[in-house]
Design a protein around this ligand. Structure first.
Ligand SMILES: [Zn+2]
Length: 318
């Protein structure tokens, strides 16, 4: 059976899988990326995952046709060089992703991790139903991917879709990227949790130390004042930035992915309300705002499908 391999490199975890040519996940695995140590440890971890996938292929008589890797940062084409790196993997800049695995008998492709997830939603999540997609993923950072007129929009220097670093507030909070006022500095998971403690102080309430997003959402469902304020504010931050993008791009669908998407329909509805309040009605009258369809698998499914995207972003059907 012919298959494709996909690897999704994150700041803490590598998610990877073996994917059929019709995008069905045949096998998945997760390993720590060890990004907190150094870049050679990350390369080693990637090779451990790769060898593991090859071992499974041999055992199950799968024939791998290609390998795709999604990584944070700006990834130039066609070599897959990291030209601007995420601060979550120290020293990652300059790495040529297609060379990390040594000599392979099949082609290796690489792209930005959120681009990969957007591609997976386009191909498999929505099965080509939408040709204009804004994809945002909210986690430790905030990533974005754009499909415009059925084409993966990488931009002139492959640096497009950095939705997390669109400016939400003029001269605002310092972001990890070194600039001020970025959406990520307000609405990423760690920053949302920081704001929860600020609101707890403001309302003179106690919040357990090291609270997890899932616990905050369960407090929200119980109408806890601090949780409500934090979640509603977070949806406002995201909705405001997305409204600007909706006015600029007039997409068919906005897709919300990442760790937050587990927060359920209510959270998506809050974000949707802010987009609809703040964008032109001509841009929103046919707009859908939905949760990502593929969850945690989107990154490696999209990476495995990079073989269908040419260097200009055109997406082939097969
Ligand atoms: Zn930033």
């Amino acid at each position: 059976m012919k298959v494709r391999l996909g690897i999704d490199l994150g700041g803490s975890v590598i998610k990877a899988g073996i994917v059929s040519l019709s995008f069905k996940v045949l096998y998945r695995v997760e390993k720590p990326s060890r990004a907190e140590i150094n870049k050679s440890e990350v390369k080693k971890s990637l090779n451990v995952v790769y060898d593991h996938l090859l071992g499974i292929c041999r055992k199950r008589h799968y024939l791998p046709l290609s390998l795709g890797i999604g990584s944070p940062g700006t990834i130039s084409q066609p070599l897959g060089k990291v030209t601007d790196a995420s601060p979550n993997i120290k020293g990652w800049q300059g790495t040529v992703l297609t060379e990390v695995f040594g000599k392979t008998v099949f082609p290796v492709y690489a792209d930005n991790d959120a681009n990969c997830a957007a591609l997976a939603e386009y191909l498999y999540g929505f099965k080509y139903r939408y040709k204009d997609i804004v994809f945002i993923t909210v986690g430790t950072g905030i990533g974005g991917g754009l499909i415009i007129d059925g084409k993966l929009h990488r931009g002139n220097n492959y640096a497009a879709s950095e939705i997390g670093h669109s400016i939400l507030k003029y001269n605002g909070r310092l972001c990890k990227c070194g600039r001020r006022g970025c959406l990520e500095a307000y609405a990423s998971v760690p920053n949302m949790l920081k704001r929860a403690y600020l609101w707890a102080k403001h309302y003179n309430q106690n919040l357990k130390p090291d609270i997890k997003p899932v616990e905050l959402f369960s407090l929200y469902k119980r109408r806890n004042r601090v949780a409500c304020k934090t979640i509603e504010e977070n949806a406002d931050f995201l909705g405001t930035s997305l409204a600007s993008l909706v006015n600029i791009l007039n997409p068919q669908v906005v897709v919300i992915g990442g760790g937050f998407s587990g927060a359920g329909k209510e959270y998506i509805r809050l974000i949707k309300n802010h987009i609809f309040q703040k964008a032109f009605s001509s841009s929103t009258c046919q707009l859908k705002v939905v949760k990502a369809q593929l969850g945690n698998d989107a990154g490696f499914i999209g990476a495995s499908a990079l073989t269908q995207v040419d260097k200009n972003g055109f997406i082939r059907k097969k």
